[in-house]
Design a protein around this ligand. Structure first.
Ligand code: SF4
Ligand code: SF4
Length: 383
C-alpha cells in the first residue's frame, strides 16, 4: 500500500458465494447507506491529513450495487480531495455488471479478485459454480478497462496441487498473490482448511524457486514483497509493518475496527464514524489498547530475531484474535516467515560472495547459470 493511511470500507458482510473456508461473511448483514458514507467523509475531514487509500472489501462489496458506488465514489474523492484518495476493491466479481464496471472504471478503481486455481480445485473449496461466475465477471470488468488481479487462497487441501495452481496462473498470464487459509473464528472446526505454518513456509520457498525459474514471465507478488522487505530492511505489506493507527476498517453501520478481519466481531469495535472519534480516542479504546500491546509485545518476544525490523511479529489479527485478544504469542505463521526470510538472506549472501569482482579470491566462481535472488531483487526494486 503506497499511501500511509488505509481505510477499508465494508459495505456489507453479506456474500452470494459460500466458500468453505471463509470466515468473513455474514448472511444477515445490512448494507451500508449513503448517509453512513457521508458520516465517513465528515469524520475523515477532521481525523488525519495523510494521503489515503480506500479499499472496498467484504463480504462482497458489489452487493451494495451501482447506485451506492455512483454516489459514494464522488463523495469520497471530491469531499476528501485534500487527502488525494485512491481506491481499490476486493471482490469475487459474481455481481459485476457493465453498469457497475463503468462506474468503477470512471473512478479508476483497480480490482482484486479471488480464484484458487483451475476450475476443479477452485470449486472444490469455493463451491460449485464459483469459477465460472468469477470469470464471467472478469470478462465484464476487462471489457470496461478495469485492471484485475487475483488472490489465490491455499488451503491444507489445495496446497497438494501447488504445481497445477502455479501453472494455471502462468498459462492465464495472471500475477499470483497467495493467501494462506486462516483458522476461522466462526467455525466449530477452525483448522479444517487452515494452512499450517510449516506448509506455508514450504509453499513460499517453492514459489520463490518458481519465480526465479520464470523470472521476467511470471510474478508472485508475495515473493516480490518479501524481496523488497529484505532489500529495504523494512516491511512493505501490512503483515510486516505496524498497521496499528494506519489502517482502519469501517463496517456497514459505521463501526470502526482495526482492520477488515475484525469486522462483525463486537468486541473489536473501536468507535463509530457517527461520533467522529479522534485518533487518541480510537487508540484508547479496548481494541486499540490490545493492538498497541501487541506491538510492545513484539519488541520483547522477537528481540533476538534477525528479521524483526521488517517482520514486526507478523499480523496482529493472526496473533491475537484467535485467543480472544490474549497475547499468547506472535503471528503463528512466524516459522514460515523465518524460513523464507532465512532462505532469501542466505541465497543473497551466497550470490554476493560468488559475484565476480567482489574480491573473494578463490571463492569467486562462475556466475550462477540460473537467475538468483539478486536478479529478482534487482527487477523488483528497479521498478
Ligand atoms: S491486522 Fe493483519 S491483515 Fe489487518 S492490516 Fe494489520 S497486518 Fe494487515
Ligand atoms: S520471523 Fe517470527 S520471531 Fe522473527 S520477527 Fe517475525 S514473527 Fe518475530
Amino acid at each position: 500500500m503506497k499511501n500511509p493511511f488505509h481505510i477499508m470500507i465494508i459495505p456489507t458482510l453479506g456474500c452470494p458465494s459460500k466458500c468453505k473456508y471463509c470466515w468473513s461473511s455474514d448472511e444477515g448483514s445490512p448494507v451500508m447507506t449513503i448517509d453512513t458514507v457521508r458520516e465517513i467523509v465528515s469524520w475523515l475531514k477532521e481525523f488525519r491529513k495523510d494521503r489515503v487509500t480506500f479499499t472496498f472489501h467484504g463480504g462482497e462489496p458489489l452487493l451494495a450495487g451501482a447506485d451506492f458506488y455512483r454516489q459514494a465514489l464522488p463523495l469520497l474523492s471530491i469531499e476528501l480531495a485534500e487527502l488525494t484518495p485512491e481506491f481499490a476493491m476486493q471482490t469475487n466479481l459474481w455481481r459485476m455488471t457493465p453498469e457497475i464496471a463503468a462506474v468503477l472504471a470512471h473512478h479508476k478503481v483497480p480490482l482484486g479478485s479471488s480464484i484458487d486455481g483451475p476450475e476443479e480445485i477452485c470449486d472444490s473449496q469455493r463451491g460449485e459454480g464459483y469459477f465460472k461466475k468469477c470469470m464471467n465477471g472478469y470478462e465484464i470488468a476487462k471489457a470496461a478497462g478495469l485492471s484485475v488481479r487475483f488472490i489465490c487462497t491455499f488451503t491444507n487441501k489445495s496446497v497438494k496441487h501447488r504445481e497445477e495452481i502455479f501453472n494455471f496462473f502462468k498459462e492465464k498470464g495472471f500475477v499470483l498473490k497467495l493467501h494462506p487459509a486462516l483458522p476461522s473464528l466462526r467455525s466449530e472446526n477452525p483448522k479444517e482448511w487452515a494452512l499450517e505454518p510449516a506448509e506455508y513456509g514450504d509453499l513460499l520457498v517453492y514459489l520463490l524457486d518458481k519465480s526465479l525459474e520464470n523470472l521476467g514471465t511470471m510474478e508472485v507478488m508475495n515473493i516480490n514483497d518479501l524481496c523488497r522487505c529484505i532489500f529495504t530492511r523494512r516491511g512493505s505489506v501490512c503483515t510486516f509493518v505496524n498497521c496499528m493507527g494506519n489502517t482502519f476498517a469501517i463496517g456497514p453501520d459505521g463501526s470502526i475496527y482495526p482492520c477488515y478481519r475484525f469486522v462483525g466481531l463486537p468486541e473489536w469495535v473501536m468507535g463509530n464514524v457517527r461520533y467522529k472519534p479522534t485518533m487518541d480516542q480510537l487508540m484508547q479504546s479496548e481494541p486499540g489498547r490490545r493492538m498497541t500491546a501487541f506491538s510492545e509485545y513484539v519488541d520483547t518476544a522477537c528481540k533476538d530475531c534477525s528479521h524483526i525490523r521488517y517482520c514486526r511479529g507478523g499480523c496482529p489479527y493472526n496473533a491475537i484474535a484467535p485467543s480472544g485478544g490474549l497475547l499468547e504469542g506472535v503471528d503463528p505463521h512466524c516459522s514460515a516467515y523465518k524460513r523464507i526470510f532465512d532462505v532469501l538472506n542466505e541465497r543473497l549472501n551466497r550470490e554476493m560472495f560468488e559475484e565476480p569482482g567482489m574480491g573473494f579470491g578463490a571463492a569467486v566462481s562462475k556466475k550462477p547459470k540460473k537467475p538468483g535472488v539478486m536478479a529478482l531483487m534487482r527487477s523488483v526494486v528497479g521498478r
